[in-house]
Write a protein that binds this ligand. Structure first.
Ligand code: PRX
Length: 669
């Protein structure tokens, strides 16, 4: 494996402000305990056919990242070529300045004339077993017509459109239709509650909502339109709602505001000319949890994002014309944006989309799908892999998985046992595994093996993608050569976030105030002697549960809304399947009875407010919460208690008796 040039600055200015989110919560370096020595070199057979097999390419890209990205951008469809590749005034990057394009021309139009016209773009399977197959031409027509429907209802370039749909083809169509006319989509995961939906709609001031009558999950119907109606009671900016008919689910229609998707489509003009936008025109907003209660609207733009999505899909997944690619993520998350909608379509891939749960009706549903469609590239999350391990190898054992040739993971660190299980049981020991590190904010994969080139190590995301410059730094910005520290990205990259919607200060404080001009992703990482990156997870108060990143503050805010609760602190605790689960320490108001019944009520309350994914695994009643003298709750001490560790430094505690009381209480649970 060649060593890509790492653009770690020799000297980095000290942290400028103390307002950066981890100012207090991290030490200079991070202690690491995981040391995995197994290595897996690529097989000669894979190497021979790999798209990015030449180490020399890697070195070249490392020497000149901007040139590398330009060469990738040249493979997209542009209306007008850019005049300058990058303008960088930290923290603001502009990529491909002067360029004009419409992403749907790369994702759809080009395939009408390059031999892909009748190629299958989407193979969709609903949870109940219904199926649809769409060619590139089918998808192009659907997107054109739907773009005209949006226009007909007054949506214009720059308007925000919220999308709250199950994983059905119309979700991809809706995203692309927005892009076709230069509107900005904001997809909200269908598992989120009405309140979460209305928060996101209001923050973006969306004019339209696209939803469905319902969706299926574990045999249950998720009443999306019903939930949307609840949300819309407090969303004054929404003018129209388009409803996809997924089933025959009961709903109420509001005359003048609500429209059936299929009715609009019946009368829609078949062709919608693409609206050409500047390379830096916003493509989408996607909300992600932050350390305060309010979710952050991460904003991505057009030319750079598409370049990153296209190039990473091409090389990391080694996509070939005959591959059947399946990324199991929902488009409600960034993985579904980049590696379902934009990356695979830009590459002309054939992909599978599945609506429902992996264990419905049985724990072999995924393997049935792999077998039925001959999936060759499979990308999922460690939390799913751990669930498969728990359900047992007999489930995949019942299926022919020989079509698989490449496996991927994303979303959290994968523990080596799960990696080995994935490699042996699913990959039959022949498939390379790409453990890909990235974030909603980074837009696309940043640290990853390149299949056919990189020697993998279980649990390590390995090396930077060409043209990406991560580093492990200490608090003062000094590079760590071998050991734990804070992950950083020292140079701009095309898919990087361009801001937080409507909140410049938070953008600067969160990502750019730890070091001068260097991006801080908020993760801890270890770098080993070979230059391999081992991601250690979040160093702040965000919990990564079952692949979902939740803000502790959001859950706390929800708990405190309950009439019995006066204060709450939520921490992550290790969990075999979910990676992390939530433990809530709760202080009740006077005369409130602390009993099992209330625990159940509080858990349900959080599910109602945020979604079932945020339900605390444990609720512990505490007379008071440990705080610093300035009144900040010391979550790290609660984390120590909840995960059975020896208490860390307690010297800054305002009242040490509080923590002793909680410890006693916790051991009684
Ligand atoms: O902590 C890292 C973890 O997930 C976070 C990003 O979450 P989100 O924005 O929801 O995007 C998830 C899908 C890209 C990161 O800050 N994470 C993601 N991938 C990995 C990971 N941790 C370790 N290894 C990974 N491969």
């Amino acid at each position: 494996m060649p060593t890509p040039s790492k653009k770690t600055p020799k000297k980095v200015a000290k942290r400028v402000t103390a307002s950066s989110r981890n100012a207090k919560s991290t030490s200079a370096t991070i202690e690491t305990h995981l040391h995995e020595n197994r290595t897996f070199p690529p097989s000669a057979a894979f190497k021979k056919q790999a798209t990015f097999a030449a180490a020399a390419n890697y070195v070249k890209a490392g020497r000149s990242p901007v040139k590398f990205w330009e060469s990738m951008a040249k493979e997209l469809v542009w209306k007008k070529r850019w005049t300058k590749a990058l303008e960088w005034k930290a923290p603001d990057a502009k990529w491909f300045i002067g360029g004009k394009l419409n992403v749907t021309e790369t994702c759809l139009d080009q395939h009408l004339t390059n031999g892909n016209r009748n190629k299958v773009a989407l193979i969709w399977e609903g949870e109940p077993g219904d199926k649809r197959v769409m060619s590139y031409y089918d998808l192009w027509r659907e997107v054109n017509k739907f773009a005209n429907c949006l226009k007909g209802l007054g949506i214009k370039k720059g308007d925000r459109v919220a999308i709250y749909l199950p994983m059905i083809p119309e979700l991809v169509v809706a995203m692309l239709a927005c892009a076709r006319i230069g509107a900005i989509h904001s997809v909200v995961f269908g598992g989120f509650s009405p309140e979460s939906l209305s928060d996101r709609i209001n923050d973006a001031e969306a004019k339209m909502l696209i939803t469905a009558d319902g969706g299926y999950r574990r045999g249950q119907i998720i009443p999306l339109k019903h939930d949307a109606d609840v949300a819309l009671a407090s969303c004054p900016t929404i003018e129209h709602v388009i409803v996809v008919k997924r089933g025959d689910f009961l709903l109420r229609f509001k005359e003048g505001r609500d429209h059936w998707y299929h009715r609009l489509m019946q009368d829609a003009d078949p062709v919608c000319k693409p609206t050409y936008v500047d390379s830096e025109h916003p493509l989408f907003i996607l909300y992600t949890s932050g350390t305060t209660g309010k979710p952050k609207g991460i904003m991505h733009t057009t030319g750079g994002y598409l370049t990153g999505a296209y190039a990473t899909t091409k090389f990391v997944f080694d996509i070939k014309p005959d591959d059947v690619y399946w990324c199991t993520a929902d488009c409600g998350w960034v993985t579904g944006h980049t590696y379902v909608t934009y990356g695979p379509l830009a590459n002309g891939a054939t992909q599978v989309i599945y609506e429902g749960a992996p264990d419905w009706p049985d724990p072999d549903r995924f393997w049935q799908v792999v077998e039925d469609y001959g999936v060759s590239i499979f990308y999922t999350a460690p939390t799913a892999i751990r669930a498969f391990m728990k359900w047992g190898k007999e489930w995949p054992g019942q299926h022919d998985l020989s079509s698989l040739r490449l496996l991927g993971t994303v979303g959290e660190p994968i523990n080596p046992e799960a990696w080995i299980w994935y490699h042996e049981i699913i990959g039959g020991k022949r498939c390379p595994i790409v453990d890909t590190w990235w974030q909603t904010e980074t837009g696309h994969i940043m640290i990853t093996p390149l299949p056919g080139l990189t020697k993998t190590k279980p649990g390590s995301a390995t090396q930077p993608f060409p043209g990406i410059s991560p580093a492990v730094l200490d608090e003062n910005g000094k590079p760590v050569k071998n050991g734990g520290g804070l992950l950083a990205v020292t140079h701009p990259w095309p898919g990087m976030l361009r801001g937080i919607w409507g909140d410049r200060k938070r953008f600067v404080d969160t990502y750019w105030s730890k070091w001068d001009g260097i991006y801080f992703p908020g993760d801890g990482a270890r770098i080993d002697k070979g230059g391999y990156f081992w991601i250690l997870g979040r160093v702040d108060d965000v919990i990564n549960t079952a692949g979902h990143r939740l803000s502790t503050m959001e859950v706390e805010s929800a708990l405190v809304e309950h009439p019995s609760v006066v204060e709450a602190a939520v921490v992550g605790i290790p969990h075999d399947l979910k990676g992390e689960a939530l433990a809530a320490f709760v202080t009740l108001g006077p005369k409130q009875k602390a009993d099992e019944k209330l625990i159940g009520k509080l858990r349900d309350f959080v599910a109602l407010k945020i979604g079932a994914l945020a339900k605390p695994e444990k609720v512990i009643f505490a007379a008071d919460l440990p705080k610093t003298r300035s009144g900040k709750i010391m979550r790290r001490l609660l984390r120590d208690i909840a995960s059975g560790k020896v208490l860390g430094d307690t010297t800054t505690l305002a009242d040490p008796a509080v923590i002793q009381h909680i410890q006693r209480r916790y051991s009684e649970e």
